[in-house]
Write a protein that binds this ligand. Structure first.
Ligand SMILES: Nc1ncnc2c1ncn2[C@@H]1O[C@H](COP(=O)(O)OP(=O)(O)O)[C@@H](O)[C@H]1O
Ligand SMILES: [Mg+2]
Length: 357
């Protein structure tokens, strides 16, 4: 039996989502192979070992117990400790969405601790998190992306000039989004210069770098990918939402959104999306698992990549898991597969030498 440390919660705006994603991993982990160990990360970023895992009344959302004696520390080269005792862990399964979980920072910490962990490593996580960097790499790999302009948090004159250029280039409506965020936090749609200025101001609360894009009219398609150097994509799904797939429609009123699994797509589109998802995954150096999101433009049926999520919503009813399930990989086996991929990567990396022999 191997011990799997499940990290959940976190400092990001997606803390609450992670309480559910972590709960799903805990509940479904194959008990014939693994012993789960819960480590909660609170809103301040402090780690607590959960000796007695607890769920909310819904039996799906994990709670967090903060006890000074159960604070976990990470010691480079040595691993995880609490109360001066080493926590024996075979592998870490981080289920922390967004900043400090999905962006490479946590992955760096786990690398220093010398622990194998599930999902993308430092580079894949960091590139996948930064929507502008990911798109630049996809453009270089001849992959089609939603056009975008970048605005940095500089002077008012700089921003004004940038906005003039963006309006001239794309017209309205426009989407404004933080380069590094998720769950639609800080994402707004603008139909006028005033709305654009407001959206930019509000976006800068979440990041120092924003993307402004033309609003794409069409279908929103998502594709799960699993693997390391030879990633495999699953049948794509479709998100059918109202105006756009904002935070409220993701988490507050999920009934307003329909997930079509698998999406009704012509064979050629399905094939193209699957191939592009695998290529996009490899291009940013993603590993383990990720969900690649697309638009299919209404008139032309052009396929455009919107973004990659290296730690997508991870409950058993999230799009990522549903797509694996409908293609024949149930949640429990999907977790085992991801753990095997993490172990395989760790083994290869452990054989590398870091100084000349
Ligand atoms: N350029 C765009 N055109 C049309 N809709 C968009 C565009 N960009 C984002 N959206 C809408 O906003 C949602 C959230 O934006 P997204 O780029 O996926 O960021 P997040 O990482 O927060 O999910 C998308 O699911 C989509 O509904
Ligand atoms: Mg998205």
């Amino acid at each position: 039996m191997k011990t799997v440390a499940i990290l959940y919660g976190g400092k990001s705006g997606e803390h609450e989502v992670s309480l559910r994603s972590g709960g799903a991993v805990f509940s479904h982990l194959d008990r014939e192979l693994y012993v789960p160990l819960l480590i909660a990360v609170d809103h301040y970023g402090v780690w607590y070992l959960q000796q007695n895992p607890c769920f909310e009344e819904d039996k799906k959302t994990l709670t967090i117990h903060r006890n000074e004696n159960s604070i976990v520390s990470v010691i480079p080269g040595l691993g995880l400790f609490y109360n001066n005792k080493k926590i024996e862990v075979d592998i870490v399964f981080p289920v922390l969405h967004g900043t400090f979980g999905e962006d490479g920072t946590l992955q760096g910490l786990l690398e220093l601790a010398g622990l194998p962990y599930a999902g993308s490593a430092v580079l894949g996580s960091a590139l996948g998190m930064d929507k502008a960097m990911a798109k630049q790499i996809w453009i270089q790999s001849d992959l089609p992306v939603v056009p975008f302009s970048v605005v940095n948090d500089k002077s008012a004159t700089h921003i004004n000039n940038s906005l003039d250029l963006v309006i001239e280039k794309f017209g309205f409506p426009l989407f404004i989004k933080p380069a590094n965020a998720g769950s639609s936090v800080g994402v707004t749609k603008a139909n006028s210069r005033d709305e654009l200025e407001w959206g930019v101001k509000s976006g800068f609360k979440y990041d120092r770098k924003l993307l402004i894009e033309p609003a794409i009219e069409g279908r929103e398609i998502e594709c799960s990918v699993i693997g390391n150097s030879e990633p495999v994509s699953f049948l794509p799904g479709e998100v059918i939402s109202g105006d756009f797939y904002d935070y409220d429609s993701k988490y507050i009123h999920p009934e307003s959104v329909k997930l079509s699994v698998p999406a009704h797509l012509k064979d050629n589109l399905k094939k193209e999306i699957k191939a592009k998802a695998e290529k996009a995954f490899l291009a940013v150096g993603a590993e383990g698992f990720a969900r690649v999101d697309f638009f299919i433009e209404k008139e032309t049926e052009n396929i455009l990549i919107n973004e990659i999520n290296t730690l997508p919503g991870f409950t058993e009813i999230s799009m990522f898991a549903k797509l694996c399930d409908v293609s024949g990989l149930p949640y429990k086996d999907m977790l085992t597969e991801i753990i095997h991929l993490a172990e395989a990567r760790f083994e290869i990396k452990s054989k590398l030498i870091f100084r000349k022999e």
